[in-house]
Design a protein around this ligand. Structure first.
Ligand code: GDP
Length: 181
């Protein structure tokens, strides 16, 4: 029988305020579709996807967990952090409060996750940036830099930068593995 078709399995978590698009990013990554009116009670909790990192000549199986509506049950959310190699910390570019709360989510990640965890800050809903933007790209960039996070703006609706967000984090994790960090 053939062996597994991937080199690494990496656990990712997706965190951030309710409504920023965490489930939508996961659905876009694994299913290439977008739901305008997702049923909040049917939040997607888990998705898996194979991605190739050509520079490292590796195939990675991402196992992604979404907090799926449990944002208010912080103690439940904490179990998601266990064993995670990567984190998407998501805010909504049309919601300043969601950007301000990202600080709290990052503190939570830092308190509970592995200290080597790679975290990428994702400014989602970039498709609405012309009319409704409340957080400038440069603000996201600057905060990410201060905190040592990777950064990208994305849209689960258009699909822009969604795979790139996961790939960028996975590439960073593989480079840490290669360097023995
Ligand atoms: P979650 O609570 O963080 O998991 O957020 P959801 O994925 O349930 O999304 C909340 C709402 O925002 C839903 O109505 C989505 O259709 C919408 N949404 C999510 N991502 C985007 C996006 O990139 N652009 C736009 N315009 N709407 C989005």
């Amino acid at each position: 029988m053939a062996g597994p078709s991937w080199n690494y399995v990496l656990k990712f978590i997706i965190t951030g305020d309710a409504g920023v698009g965490k489930s939508s990013l996961l659905v876009r990554l694994t299913d290439q579709r977008f739901l305008a009116n997702p049923d909040p009670t049917l939040g997607v909790e888990f998705g898996s996807k194979l991605i190739t990192i050509p520079e490292e000549d590796k195939v990675v199986k991402l196992q992604c967990w979404d907090t799926a509506g449990t944002e208010s049950f912080r103690s439940i959310t904490r179990s998601y952090y266990r064993g995670a190699a990567g984190c998407l910390l998501v805010y909504d570019v049309t919601s300043r409060p969601s950007f301000e709360h990202a600080q709290m989510w990052l503190a939570d990640v830092r308190a509970h996750a592995d200290p080597h965890l790679t975290c990428i800050l994702v400014g989602n809903k970039n498709d609405l940036s012309n009319e409704r933007r409340q957080v400038l790209t440069t603000e996201g960039e600057r905060w990410a830099q201060e905190e040592g996070l990777l950064f990208v703006e994305a849209s689960a609706k258009s699909g822009a930068n969604v795979e790139i967000a996961f790939e960028t984090a996975a590439r960073d994790i593989l480079s840490k593995i290669r360097r023995g960090v």
